[in-house]
Every structure is written in structure tokens, then in C-alpha cells.
Design a protein around this ligand. Sequence first.
Ligand code: GCU
Length: 637
Amino acid sequence: MPHVPHPARLTPRRPPARPGTARARLLASLLAACAAAGLRATEPVIANPLARTALALDGAWRTIVDPYDNGYLDYRLEPYDARENPTGGYFLDRPPGSPSDLVEYNFDTAPELAVPGDWNSQSERLLYYEGTVWYRRTFDRPASPPGHRQFLHFGAANYEAEVYLNGRKLGRHIGGFTPFQFEVTGRLRDRGNSLVVRVNNQRRPEGVPTVNTDWWNYGGLTRDVLLLDVPRAFIRDYVVQLKPGDGGRACGYVQLDGAAPATRVTIEIAELGVSAESQADAAGRACFDFALPGAALWSPEDPRRYDVRVSAAGDRVGERIGFRTIATRGSDILLNGRPVFLRGISLHEENPLRGARAVSEGEARLLLGWAKELGCNFVRLAHYPHNEHVARVADELGLLLWEEIPVYWTIHWGDPATLDNARGQLESLILRDHNRASVVIWSVGNETPVSAERTAFMGRLIARARELDPTRLVSAAMEVRADPANPDRKIVEDPLAALTDVVSFNEYVGWYVGLPDDCARVTWVVDTPKPVIISEFGGDALQGLHADARTRFSEEFQADLYRKTLPMLGRIPQLRGMSPWILCDFRSPRRPLAGIQDGWNRKGLIGSNGKRKEAFFVLQAFYRAKEAEAAAAARAR
Ligand code: GCU
């Protein structure tokens, strides 16, 4: 029998809200309002956490797997921390050795999992696990100058995280792929701080993503955990980008926290002899607009970056930033004012060699290195924000990026909490990566069925992206339909196309629709003057399975499909890029075919064993030719 509170404390309770009832909806929007009002992590996260003074809390964490969420909900499914201690004191987190209500829950003897990392790949018994896992890490307070402030930073936790420090609830975060932080100034002990995180990756219909996805629902503390130490007044956020339409000037802002109005803020770029000054306003924001004499523009061919240093109020932070412009003109995509063809590939944030979430800079380098080997200048990071290392490595290697939020397939378009959730993820992504030269396209979703509610929902996201960042392009993977009178006539007339800068869609002619030979007959009606990107195409092949080109799942079939798809797409006059599906095989719970898929989507050009498939070389040759063509055109200009 679970812990039973003293009878006097038993108050008559109303039955839990039945899903779909007005009360359930009220509760959900209350949660959203709570989330919006304060229990959600602090305002925009402190930018560039990896460059701040910090104690890394990565490593082995004690964990308790809690399928019935017994550590969080009492037997009436009411959260303990909603009742036990209004301030959220948590019975699970009594100082080591003190009696606890739930003696079965003892972190000190619990098994460990690595952080950052998903739990699914770390233990066979957790591969398919969806539910709650409790994480606990103890640490001593590092030395810190008087008056400094401390923030706990989480790179991401999939999907929902409740965070407790020394028995007190700090807050909650929803969304599995974006960073969040809590200020803990004044809450740290000198020794033996206990940080407890309840991570739950259960899929929910109203979630973002919702219940059905074609990727593995990796749960856990999947990215770095840091204890940041910053001065009382510090630089919370900053953005420095080339001014759209003016390649010789930079513009941006620096957002201070805790600084006096009129605080002086400086941006220095020593290599360019730049030292720009501005003053913070009453809200701590200082705006900038300054010349960038002699700056070499960033491009995949020459990924030039500069050391940019921001200083204010005794705080200093810096990083390497590349300067480039991205725009469209008619059906051209212009990089630094010049037409560019996006030789791309799609990518999940997974290391196939480990069958696990990719978490490190090294893994970002591995995966993006493979994309470079393929001849790419562009990568679509599907279908959710990848970790922060990826865009930084793409800046360095010279790869243009499409970044996306997991508004995927059938989202609850009419639910304001779902919109708030999606918008929150978009904002976090943009505020995290807005200094990345590599990032050129924000995508607000993938393969979402056309409806007025859906288009309104995504329209709001597009407007928010433009509001937060007018320097980049916006798109989404849109819908295609076949002409009922002639199935070989494919029509792209998604209302979203009117709202985006680039019209992108996925197509699977020859795999889900017909055979590769059909490609020769297919025609495309894409009624837009805008640039077109094919955000997905491809077919499955098991690496090492060889047969004739008509045998599905053989390497020969996949290669044949590529050979026939490329000229088919070449017949679309506005075609300015593609990101075939996909660089590597990846885990998916929707792919059970024994002996072939075994829980993997096999559309990779590289197998889960790291070996290249025949189609890899078909696309590589196509991209090499495209690259040579572009180089010749550049020379001729
Ligand atoms: C879809 C979808 C991908 C999926 C792919 C496939 O278009 O966007 O997430 O993995 O097709 O079916 O392999």
C-alpha cells in the first residue's frame, strides 16, 4: 500500500478531470498559463552557455525508473509536490540517510546512467521505455566571486522535466529539444547539493511532437547540464548579424540582465579593427549598427568566422561568428547576393554507430563530415532542434542549415496550449542559434495536413519567426497531391506557400508511390515564383543486400531510384535545392520488417554499420557535377 497521509489531511477530492471535458481543457490551459507565467524555465536562456564560467554536471547520474510515476503522483494520481510542500519540497529528496516516505526510492544505491545521453540506448531493458525516470546528481558549490549569480542550464530533456534542488522545486519544462535554465542564486549549499530531475518522455496527443513520429522517442537528459556562474549584472543574450541588404554593415542587440540603465556595452572584432559602443536602455537592451570594413563573407566554400567579443558591466563573452546574407529573388536563393543551389541531405540527431541520440561535438563532426564527403553544402536537421554543437560545427565546416521544430504530421491545431508549446520551441531555437552563419532557414513543420486551423497555426509560427529574426528565410515541408485525373501529375498548392520564402515539399515517387520507372512520366505543377527545395525523397535499402534493381530494399533498387529521381526533379524550373531522406539509417519504432529494418528506417545512404550504400555514390557524383557547374559559373561572373 503506498504512503497514506494522516487521515486528518485527507480532504474530499473531486475525481480527476476526464480527458476532453471542459475541466480537462481548463486544466491544460491553466498549466500552459502557469508555464507561461513562471513555472516554466526563466526568460530567454543565457546565450552561449558553453563559453561561460560553469561547472559541468555531466557524467554518471543516479537514476530510478518509475513506470507508474509513483514518485510523483500519489495513488489518486495527484502530484505530491502540488500538495506536500506548497514550495514544492520533495519527499524523494531528503538529505542522504534521513527517513523517506518511500524507502523503495533510494538514489544512493540506484543504478547510474550517463548524462548527456538518452536512456534507451544505455540499457537493453530501456530501449522501448516510455515513462518517467528520476535523475539525481550531487555536487559541491564551486568557488564564486561575491555577488555572482548562478543558473542551472539544461541543453535539453526529452520530453517533460520537473527540476528540484535541495528539496525545493525549481520549475518545469516542456519540449524535448530546446534549452532551459533556472536561477539558483542563494539556493546552493557549500557541500552536497542534491539536484533531482523527473524526466518523462511519454507521448501526448496535445504534445509537440504529438503521438505519432517516424523516429525513436529517446528519453532522458540528452544534452549538457551546467551550473553557470555569472556576475550580478551580466550579458544574457546578444545577436550580431549582417544587415539584410547591406553586406557592409552589421546590426544586432545585446541584452543585459541586472545592469543599471545606460550601461555602456561594447562589441569588438579585433581582426576587423571594430570596436562599437552603445548604451543599454531601461530594459537592459543595447542596439548596434556598425560598419564591418574588409569582412570576408562566410560561405560553404570559405567558412570565414571572426572572434566577436561582447563586454558590459564587468561581464565578457565571445565566440566565432561568420557574416553572410541570405535572401531570395524570384526563384533564386541568394547567398551573399549570389544564386546558390542547395546540395543537401536530411539528418536525424542520432549516431547510427551507437544507435543512440548524438550528443557531443565529436558526433556532430562525424555526421557533418559525412555530409561534406557526400558533396553537400546544405543539411536539413530533421525534425526538431538538434544540439547546440551541430550548428557551431556547421559554421566551422561550411554547411548551410535548415533547422526545424517538431510540428510533425497531425498536431492539435485548435489547442492554444499546443500553439504556445510550439511557439516556445521556435523561440528557444531562434534565440539559441541566431548567431550561426550556417543557419539559413527556419522550418515551422513537416507534412502537416492542409486545413484552415493548421494553416492559421503555422501562420502564427511563421510570423513569430519573422518577428524574432528578419535576417533568415522561413519554410516548412508542405503537402503534395496527385491530380485525380492523372496520378502522374503532382500538384503543390499548399496555402502555406504564400506565407513562406521557400516552397518545400517531400516526395516519394518510386517508393511509397509507384516504381522508380514512373519518375520519367511524372510532371510537377508548382505554381509559385518562389525557390523550390525538395525536402525529402528516397527509399529503403539494407546495406549489403544486393540484387537486381527491381528488388525492394536492395542497394541496387535504392541507387536506381536516385538515378531516376534526380532528372525528374531537374524538370522543376524553380528547383534550387534538395535534402534527400536521409544521410544515415535511423531507429524508428514504425519499422519492424524482420531481417531488413529490425526497428530501423533504412533510407540512409549510409547503413547503421557506417558503410556507404551504392546510392551514396550516385548522389555524390551528382553533387560533384553541380559543384563544378557552380564553380564554372562563378568564374564566368
Ligand atoms: C516522411 C517523414 C519522415 C519519414 C519519412 C519516411 O516523409 O517526413 O519523418 O521518416 O517520410 O517515410 O521514411
